[in-house]
Ligand binder design. Structure first.
Ligand code: GDP
Length: 311
């Protein structure tokens, strides 16, 4: 990518897309293309084709998706599969038809089987059943990465994909019904502290383990792959270590300074027991994450408080 290349960031208002946009702006890229959902509904094929015809992007970061935590995924199953299939199929097809030089498709670690050997290598894809609470999203993402792989095989285009672990950071979703665990806990502990509550409720048993990566590290990895990788195999992107939900809750409690108790509500599902990515492939290519969980949560909490003050 050159600083005057035409680069389209699909999903620039989302957590990942906005991090990619910030990073490209910081690095001096001048021809960045972005459209809000009101301007361009990526579920509408004709509109997407028209956008690509008019704007002729050379590079595409496909970070647009319908996303959500365990509760949202499990509740709005039809929306998760259909919206994601439509968004990605429209963008990938239009990118191919209009001659985009390179496209990066972003997926998620939930594409891997529920019970996969840990850490999860890229080879575990399609070796077992998916975690039911996020199956619709995972099926769509698998279709997207396969579409990129097969377009490469059949037509020789340079479309690649990466699968990040659980992400957090600025522009995260802090709505307790639809968010992922890390932003949910930031909000719950903050509110409990402000309200002087005695306890904070954490869903499930606290024993599942998850890996968390700051979204600025994810953006860094995406740009790194755009510049250094051209292959059909998807690439895992993660921190390299995981943590139990109980330990995560304790860390967030400490950072926020909440003095009450943590209560585990076992009426909520745990989801998959463990989801740690094997990141040897991207490490061997020469990339490593930089932002530790403690530093990342501290800065995500500052961002959350600033937003609260602005609201
Ligand atoms: P997952 O990684 O797809 O399972 O999605 P989540 O990030 O939503 O949930 C991860 C784990 O955190 C699950 O075991 C949840 O039950 C647990 N968890 C604990 N408290 C919360 C909470 O307040 N919100 C969410 N979303 N998950 C929570």
């Amino acid at each position: 990518m050159k600083t005057d290349s035409r680069i389209y960031i699909a999903g620039h208002r989302g957590m990942v897309g906005s991090a990619i946009l910030r990073r490209l702006q910081r690095d001096g890229y001048k021809n960045l293309l972005a459209r809000s959902r009101d301007e361009l509904d990526l579920r509408r094929q004709a509109d997407v084709e028209e956008f690509f015809d008019d704007e002729q992007p050379e590079y595409v970061f496909l970070a647009a998706a319908k996303v959500g935590g365990i509760h949202a995924n499990n509740t709005y199953k039809a929306d998760f599969i259909l919206d994601n299939l439509q968004i990605q199929t429209n963008v990938i097809t239009a990118a191919y038809q209009s001659g985009v030089k390179k496209l990066l498709f972003l997926g998620s670690s939930c594409i891997y089987p529920k019970i996969a050997p840990q850490p999860i290598t890229e080879e575990s894809l399609l070796t077992g059943s998916l975690e039911p609470t996020n199956e619709p999203y995972a099926i769509a993402k698998i279709a997207g990465l396969k579409a990129c792989q097969f377009l490469r095989e059949q037509y020789g285009v340079d479309f690649i994909s990466m699968m990040p672990t659980n992400l957090y950071g600025p522009n995260d979703n802090f709505d307790l019904k639809t968010s992922h665990v890390l932003p949910a806990l930031i909000r719950k502990f903050h509110d409990a502290k402000v309200q002087g509550a005695r306890h904070v409720e954490v869903w499930g048993t606290g024993s599942p383990r998850r890996e968390f990566l700051h979204v600025d590290d994810c953006a860094d990895a995406g740009i790194f792959l755009m510049e250094n990788y051209s292959g059909g195999e998807t690439i895992n992107v993660g921190w390299g270590e995981d943590i139990s939900i109980r330990k995560l809750a304790e860390l967030i409690q400490e950072i926020i300074g909440f003095e009450g108790e943590i209560i585990f509500n076992r009426d909520y599902p745990d989801g998959t027991p463990r989801k740690l990515l094997d990141t040897s492939r991207i490490n061997q290519l020469g990339w490593r994450p930089k932002i530790s969980l403690r530093d990342g949560i501290t800065s995500a909490y500052s961002w959350f408080k600033e937003q609260r003050q602005l609201a």
